[in-house]
Design a protein around this ligand. Structure first.
Ligand code: HEC
Length: 381
């Protein structure tokens, strides 16, 4: 998140510069534009050159480590959190019975193949049609989200879509944008004009990166929003949110260029509101699960405690027996009746209205049990 903020912040800042440069008044011949700004108690004055300066200054600032560290730290976290504990974070036995190695192979494979496909798309004739490129790109991402949702746990599917978008963005910087800038600097040192197609290619990748920023930021923190990945159609929710992110970004880009657009922002906001409504917790009741045998008979306290012991206490206990968690995750312990009562709403949200808990459904909690637990919790007050 931190290096991502540094990276995306710098990228937004240069976007702003491009859009706000004075390009017409009182400019020296060699300049494309200039800009005055006030920030943090000082005045700044900036100039952009049309081509390269006559002498390349010794201290030339580059912007690349923010991007590289986002990838390095992100992949490290992916490995430490998800791959190291693949059995609970990657695999959901109610979705697919996979081994850890299979789950990790699906994750890594998706990221690698996505980059290769994207890179080929960029080198094909498709790039000439930006709208078609965006449409195909979006359909592919939605398709991959759907595909991953058939194999991996929902939160792992989300984080992998984020990882694949983030990887594409960073490799754009590494393989295209920075090499093209290096070649620009080298040509300038020799007093040559350099290859203009390099600049064009790198601008295109920069534009792609720009549109991917908001979705990737959301996915980085998506684990904090169980209503999104916990939805039965989590891939659809993610696809819609990606569309919202791209739409909002496009509106800002148009605004920056001074192009008026009246529908994009309201439509994006409307889509976001639709997602909010769609992801509102739906209470699982016996009738909407088609269960006539459960009716509204509330199970005994003893049976409910047994159920929680079976499905939750291996992790959420003063003394967890789980081989992965030596202390209760998030400090949530359900050993006693009173602690269950205090956390009734949270338990309901995680294990009844959605199926996020038990994590990875390692204990194979069934729908019927969730309904019974929900009815019992509802009667606690
Ligand atoms: C395999 C271990 C494991 C099991 C079993 C498990 N949980 Fe969790 N639980 C976790 C972890 C890890 C977190 C923290 C998740 C996160 O960081 O998003 C968590 C978080 C929670 C939270 C807090 C959610 C929040 O963000 O506020 C609740 C409530 C919860 N679990 C309920 C349950 C219930 C109810 C059960 C049993 C039906 C259960 N858990 C079974 C590992 C487990």
């Amino acid at each position: 998140m931190i290096t991502g903020i540094a990276w995306i912040g710098a990228s937004f800042y240069f976007n702003f510069l491009e859009n706000s440069l004075n390009r017409t008044q009182n400019l020296r011949e060699e300049l494309a534009g200039n800009l005055w700004a006030v920030h943090g108690g000082g005045f700044y004055y900036l100039e952009k050159y049309k081509h390269s300066p006559k002498v390349i200054p010794k201290d030339l600032h580059w912007f690349k480590w923010e991007a590289y560290f986002t990838l390095l730290s992100g992949l490290t976290l992916l490995a430490v959190v998800y791959y190291y504990n693949a059995s609970i974070y990657m695999i959901d036995s109610s979705i697919a019975q996979l081994s850890s190695v299979q789950a990790i192979a699906i994750g890594v494979g998706t990221i690698v193949v996505s980059w290769v496909v994207y890179d080929l798309m960029c080198k094909s004739a498709l790039v000439k049609n930006m709208k078609l490129f965006a449409l195909i790109g979006f359909i592919l991402v939605a398709g991959i989200s759907y595909g991953l949702s058939l194999f991996l746990s929902a939160r792992a599917a989300y984080i992998h879509i984020g990882a694949l978008i983030g990887t594409i963005m960073v490799l754009n910087v590494f393989f295209v944008i920075i090499p093209s800038q290096k070649s620009m600097v080298n040509s300038a040192k020799k007093g040559e004009l350099g290859d203009p197609t390099l600049g064009k290619k790198s601008l295109m990748r920069s534009i792609h990166n720009n549109y991917m920023t908001l979705p990737v930021l959301f996915i980085m923190i998506s684990n904090h929003f169980p209503s999104t990945f916990g939805n039965d159609n989590s891939w659809l929710v993610l696809s819609a949110l990606i569309l919202v992110g791209v739409g909002v970004r496009h509106w800002f880009n148009l605004k920056g260029k001074g192009v008026k657009n009246y529908w994009l922002l309201p439509v994006s906001i409307a889509l976001l509101i639709a997602v909010v409504i769609y992801t509102m917790p739906k209470v699982k009741s016996p009738s909407n699960l088609g269960m006539t045998d459960v009716k509204s008979t509330v199970i005994s306290d003893h049976k409910a405690m047994q159920m929680i012991e079976k499905h939750c206490l291996s992790c959420h206990s003063v003394t967890p027996t789980s081989s992965i968690f030596s202390s209760a995750p998030k400090g949530m312990m359900f050993d006693s009746f009173s602690s269950i009562k205090t956390n009734a709403e949270l338990i309901k949200a995680q294990a009844v209205n959605s199926q996020i808990m038990p994590l990875g459904n390692t204990t194979n909690m069934r729908d019927k049990e969730r309904v019974e637990l929900g009815l019992w919790l509802g009667n606690l007050k």
